[in-house]
Design a protein around this ligand. Structure first.
Ligand SMILES: [Zn+2]
Length: 236
């Protein structure tokens, strides 16, 4: 597994261990963080599950009015299926809601509870990463309603994010909780996928455009990847 050591977080590593699991679940939003987490889980299955296939439930919960989220999530999942044939079986589950983002977490909780109680999964993986932790990240709020930064993604030097807990008698894992988007970029770069993943994912939360270029998530992606969309990539 890749190890990067940003100055702000010495000895930082991401570790994924699926060796004791038969089936796991995660949310796949069509964005970069969940795409990297899915790739890491599949890679772990490839090296740790030599004699059995790891079942993965990939849950997509689009925000209200976001019609392309599910499309990008499908692109990510289809790509991972093609890369890890024989090692994973990925089932894509989409739950459409017409409520706000807060309700989204309720749907996610209900899914975890249901699948845990039915003993369909041994673990749930959460792909949350840190907000940008360096001063070179600049966000200029758009002059219109937008989805604000999420405080729970902030880095606190004295309070590292927990990486694993028990919930509904399954493991609840947050392996990316102490790294920010630069780590995600480095991970894909190390796998030669930094351009490919740009074409398969979308970070924007705008409901008016596929890529608005001015929301928090577009700004964060630009900060870490150098561009926020695949239009600026040279495919030659
Ligand atoms: Zn945007």
């Amino acid at each position: 597994m890749l190890e990067t050591k940003p100055a702000y977080l010495p000895n930082q590593t991401v570790q994924i261990d699926v060796s004791s699991y038969h089936a796991v679940a995660l949310t796949v939003s069509g964005g970069l963080d969940s795409a990297s987490l899915l790739h890491m889980i599949c890679s772990a299955a490839q090296t740790q599950h030599r004699d059995k296939v790891l079942k993965i439930y990939a849950l997509t919960i689009p925000n209200r009015g976001d019609v392309v989220c599910g499309y990008y999530a499908s692109l990510v999942i289809d790509f991972m299926k093609s890369q890890f044939i024989g090692f994973v079986e990925i089932e894509h589950i989409t739950k459409n809601i017409d409520q706000s983002g807060e309700y989204k977490t309720v749907v996610m909780e209900e899914f975890q509870k249901e699948y845990a109680e039915k003993k369909l999964i041994d673990a749930f993986f959460d792909g949350v990463t840190l907000n940008p932790t360096s001063n070179d990240f600049q966000f200029v709020p758009p002059a219109k309603p937008y989805i604000e930064r999420m405080d729970h993604r902030d880095y606190h030097p004295d309070e590292p994010k927990f990486e694993k807990k028990k919930a509904y008698r399954i493991d609840y894992c947050r392996p990316l909780a102490n790294v920010d988007k630069r780590y995600i970029f480095q991970y894909f770069k190390d796998h030669g996928l930094e351009e490919k993943i740009q074409t398969l994912t979308r970070s924007c939360t705008s409901t008016e455009k596929v890529i608005c270029g001015e929301c928090w998530w577009c700004a964060e992606r630009t900060w870490a990847f150098g561009s926020h969309d695949f239009f600026s990539i040279n495919f030659s």
